[in-house]
Design a protein around this ligand. Structure first.
Ligand SMILES: [Ca+2]
Length: 237
């Protein structure tokens, strides 16, 4: 990018002309180039965007687009998975196709527990998130078990897939850059309940895939450079 700007600058404002220009005019040229450099960076950054890969990822349309097992409720803008004392597994799933230029998958979650009268097992309730091959149920992010990329038990112990997952506040971000575009994927949020003396629920929200649309990036870059050249030619002719 810097190379393009330098070449463009020298073509529009050749060094041989600089001796005859006034200092204020050169300062104006530098200022103009800086302005357009900022505009170029902003333009490229704006092309990294949230795709529409995940249907109803913000749960603004209830649970539409999601497949649920057992006790999943529309929380009014989020999904709530509640522990079932009998069936053990509560899940919220969506199958989708990894888009070209996929950068990351992210979502927000909060796990909460309250004491429950029963309680004979020592294995605590746990929340798991997985990104799977929908046919084999193998992880798309790594080889072998465990197949989840995040697990948090009721006590707060968090385990994540090293090098692929980061957590900031309540937001989990998973690196998708190693998965080819066009890959079928099953995103699964599971609450594993046990008779551990606590009733647990998990709230999920803001599920999305961040992408870089490559053709748009190249188009935006080219148009910005063309615009910069045209403006400078008019400005300093
Ligand atoms: Ca429990």
């Amino acid at each position: 990018m810097a190379w393009h700007l330098r070449v463009l600058s020298e073509r529009v404002c050749p060094k041989s002309r600089k001796g005859s220009e006034s200092a204020p005019l050169r300062r104006q040229q530098v200022k103009t180039l800086k302005t357009f450099s900022v505009a170029l960076v902003v333009s490229l950054a704006a092309n990294q965007a949230w795709g529409v890969t995940i249907v109803n990822g913000a749960f603004s349309a209830g649970l539409s687009g999601w497949t649920i097992t057992d006790s999943v409720a529309d929380g009014g803008g989020f999904a709530r998975l509640s522990e079932d004392p009998v069936l053990i597994l509560t899940s919220l799933e969506q199958q989708f196709v990894i888009p070209d230029g996929a950068v990351s998958l992210s979502f927000d979650y909060v796990i909460s527990s309250r004491e429950s009268p029963a309680g004979q097992q020592t294995l605590p309730d746990a929340f798991q998130a997985s990104l799977l091959n929908p046919l084999t149920f193998e992880s798309l992010l790594h080889m072998g078990p465990p197949h989840d990329f995040l697990q948090q038990d009721r006590g707060g112990l968090v385990t994540i897939l090293y090098g692929k997952v980061s957590i900031s506040g309540n937001t989990v971000t998973t690196d998708l850059s190693s998965i080819p575009g066009g890959t079928n994927a099953l995103l699964a949020f599971d609450l594993l309940g046990s008779d551990d003396g606590f009733a647990t629920h998990v709230d999920i929200d803001n599920v999305g895939v961040r992408i870089i649309p490559e053709p748009l990036t190249l188009t935006g870059f080219s148009l910005t450079l063309l615009g910069l050249g045209a403006y400078l030619r008019r400005r300093f002719r």
